[in-house]
Design a protein around this ligand. Structure first.
Ligand code: NAD
Ligand code: UDP
Length: 337
């Protein structure tokens, strides 16, 4: 079965490509390499011993996307491509709507032209805004507090309307919680540009000595130790969630929505302590003011994915931190090494 993977050179996309190739799928990846390196796909091929086809291109280019989709017989598209930095999205909202919303609409036009009607979309737990209760189920109220979050909600709406208008479509919205860690080979992992915004990449760079200390954004939240609590999920478990969703929903018309999380939350200080153990070195920190827009606690109720997809996350905190550290320590400069 042949698949088109948009944004497949990125962090989650590359890990998903490994699992898909190992499961026997044939892959074409399109990526404009704006936030990734071609080397990630070379590593994917090295890990799996299988080949994939890479096309450097932009999903907003509808005519090239249409030609690409028509040139192959794809059964489905897994759509990772997009911009993802929350802070940057407030500074550059038009860019975010252009890539995330405009890019998706361009992809959908090309899929319609080529008559490919199965799509799996990378959504996010950010669509739950500041949740009233945890754990969060898929039926919780949706909202957004920044342009990135709005772009995900808008795409969910576009896809839902499309599916409601044409029953040939199978649309799967995967709401990721906090992906962390790396493939256990240590050959692929997260390779952020500049100073990382997210907790785990930041901690890793403190551990490797690139950054002096972690700044903990607030210790006065109503959580066990006052620091923010999130549902961290190993990126390989997340990748396997795509396989499970694909197997069940390919050519199954409908709108399918799943939380992909572990169902368990950890605080910032718990993550710091776990990483300290994995890396066997101190991670100094200081507590600073809350980060604007942050919420206290967010973790998933992942039971729907278990029921419908027979999928659940099986890798624990130790796997997340040990695998993350293996990647960071092998490649302090990411794919440049
Ligand atoms: P990433 O930046 O590593 O991967 C995204 C890829 O898309 C990159 O390789 C980038 O070069 C490519 N890209 C961006 N705009 C493009 C365009 N217009 N045309 C073609 N390629 C384009 O990010 P990731 O962490 O792998 O995230 C993948 C998806 O999952 C994104 O849609 C993101 O919003 C979503 N998501 C990520 C997280 C997270 O914490 N990493 C959480 C929830 C949802
Ligand atoms: N965080 C922190 N210092 C950092 C980065 C993040 O204390 O340098 C905290 C943040 O306030 C939140 C948690 O770590 O409570 C996870 O943040 P991240 O940006 O990784 O994910 P998100 O906020 O998008 O869930």
């Amino acid at each position: 079965m042949k698949l088109l993977i948009t944004g497949g050179a990125g962090y989650i996309g590359s890990h998903t490509c490994v699992e898909l190739l190992e499961a026997g799928y044939e892959l074409v990846v399109i990526d404009n390499l704006s936030n990734s390196k071609r080397a990630s796909l070379d590593r994917v091929m090295e890990i799996t011993g299988q080949r994939l086809t890479f096309v450097e291109g932009d999903i907003r280019d509808t005519s090239s996307m249409t030609s690409l989709l028509k040139a192959h017989s794809f059964e489905a598209v897994i759509h990772f491509a997009g911009l993802k930095a929350v802070g940057e999205s407030s500074r550059l909202p038009v860019n975010y709507y252009d890539h995330n919303v405009g890019g998706t609409i361009s992809l959908l036009k090309a899929m319609q032209a080529a008559e490919v009607y199965t799509l799996i979309f990378s959504s996010s737990a950010t669509v739950y805004g500041d949740p009233e209760t945890v754990p969060i189920t898929e039926s919780a109220p949706l909202s957004a507090t920044n342009p990135y979050g709005w772009s995900k909600l808008m795409v969910e709406q576009v896809l839902s309307d499309l599916q409601a208008s044409d029953d040939r479509w199978s649309v799967t919205l995967l709401r990721y919680f906090n992906p962390v860690g790396a493939h256990q080979s240590g050959l692929i992992g997260e390779d952020p540009n500049g100073i990382p915004n997210n907790l785990l990449p930041y901690i890793s760079q403190v551990a490797i000595g690139k950054l002096s200390h972690l700044r903990v954004f607030g210790d006065d939240y109503p959580t066990l130790d006052g620091t923010g609590v999130r549902d961290y999920i190993h990126v390989v478990d997340l990748a396997l969630g795509h396989l499970a969703a694909l197997k069940r929903n390919v050519h199954r018309p409908g709108r399918h929505v799943y939380n992909l999380g572990t169902g368990k939350g950890y605080s910032v200080l718990e993550m710091r302590a776990a990483f300290e153990q994995a890396a066997e070195r101190p991670i100094p920190y200081e507590v600073v003011a809350r980060r604007p827009g942050d919420i206290a606690a967010c973790w998933a109720d992942p039971s729907l994915a278990m029921q419908e997809l027979s999928w659940s996350a099986v890798r624990g905190l130790e796997d997340m931190t040990i695998d993350g550290w293996r990647w960071q320590s092998r490649s302090p400069n990411g794919y440049e090494d």
